[in-house]
Ligand binder design. Structure first.
Ligand code: ZN
Length: 328
């Protein structure tokens, strides 16, 4: 039994981190870029630990040099998602990788990504929306450029603002200016916290950046009063169990806190994070949750509903996706 064909909603997917290795290898070949050091003998991404993962990620991104590369990336990523039953996905986009944070360049990259998304919607029936993320380890000043790009292109396709990158660099409050700018423009917010940082990082993120959703957030489990607050305030966690297990952020599957967080009333959702880097897919996430915790169709329908409610897209899109989920 596999959940491959079960319709799925995914909220936490790093766009370049979802790039199939074969796609990056073919781009590298076209452009004569030597990336042999970042692949293993079987052609998968190769790295030692989380910091090395970030540098391999940056190396893979050097192949993505033009709007057209990003249009092709959009199709390659969505083909993989659609093959795993995903009907709606929100992906993190960083203007840092698309024109270095320049607004004019970003608009060109964005137009190309939207072109790819429209084609994927027509041919594969999958809907993509983008969340602009600043990258924490690049510091608060570059984050402001991303926030500026976010505010200027907020609309039908760019539906939110957030922060990714190395969580242990600086404190959440360092980025308050960028989050305030996005919030004042009416943008919904999400922020990585509590993947590597403890409950204090989650608590500071909620206090200083006030996001509707937290990326990961799983370390909140070490402070049950914080878990209660997250549940009471309806803050949604974008949980990526396969990523946490792979990077040893939480221990192995049976130890993963998603079950307890859910039992304590937290709105949890399930995503893949950077699927080819962590050897996972949305199918595998659902299958492992079924195998580890005995979750079944009703649980996954509930997870999908929570995710769709927490999605940052407009109401008409939500209604259309809800129709697709009802078929499950
Ligand atoms: Zn992430």
């Amino acid at each position: 039994m596999s959940y491959k064909d079960f319709p799925k909603v995914e909220l936490h997917l790093h766009f370049e981190g979802a790039a199939p290795p074969a796609f990056i290898r073919s781009l590298a070949k076209e452009k004569n870029i030597d990336l042999s050091g970042i692949f293993d003998a079987r052609g998968n991404y190769l790295y030692r630990d989380f910091d090395h993962f970030l540098s391999v990620y940056d190396a893979a991104c050097t192949t993505l040099q033009s709007p057209e590369d990003f249009r092709r990336l959009t199709l390659a990523v969505l083909e993989e998602s659609a093959a795993n039953g995903v009907v709606y996905t929100e992906t993190f986009l960083s203007p840092d990788f698309c024109g270095g944070g320049d607004l004019g360049a970003w608009r060109e990259y964005l137009a190309a990504i939207e072109d790819g998304a429209a084609e994927a919607e027509r041919t594969m029936g999958i809907t993509l929306k983008g969340i602009i993320t600043c990258i924490r380890h690049r510091g608060p000043e570059l984050a402001k450029l991303s926030a500026h790009c976010a505010v200027e292109t907020y609309g039908d396709f760019i539906v939110g603002f957030g922060m990714a990158g190395a969580e242990m660099m600086g404190r959440p409050g360092d980025f308050a200016y960028s989050f305030d700018m996005a919030r004042e423009a009416g943008m919904p917010l999400t922020c990585h916290a509590g993947e590597w940082g403890g409950p204090d990082m989650v608590a500071d993120t909620i206090r200083d950046l006030r996001p509707a959703r937290i990326g990961h957030g799983v370390n909140a489990i070490h402070d049950l009063s914080l878990v209660e607050k997250i549940a009471d305030e309806g803050i949604v966690l974008e949980v990526c169990p396969g990523s946490n297990v792979f990077l040893n952020a939480t221990g192995d599957w049976p130890k993963h806190p998603i079950k307890e967080l859910r039992a304590r009333g937290v709105k949890v959702t399930v995503s893949t994070d950077d699927p080819p880097f962590f050897g996972t897919t949305m199918t595998r996430e659902f299958d492992m949750l079924a195998k580890t915790f005995g979750w079944g169709d009703d649980d996954f329908r509930a997870l999908n509903r929570t995710a769709l409610d927490a999605a940052f897209c407009d109401r008409a899109t939500k209604a259309r996706i809800a129709g697709k989920l009802e078929k499950a």
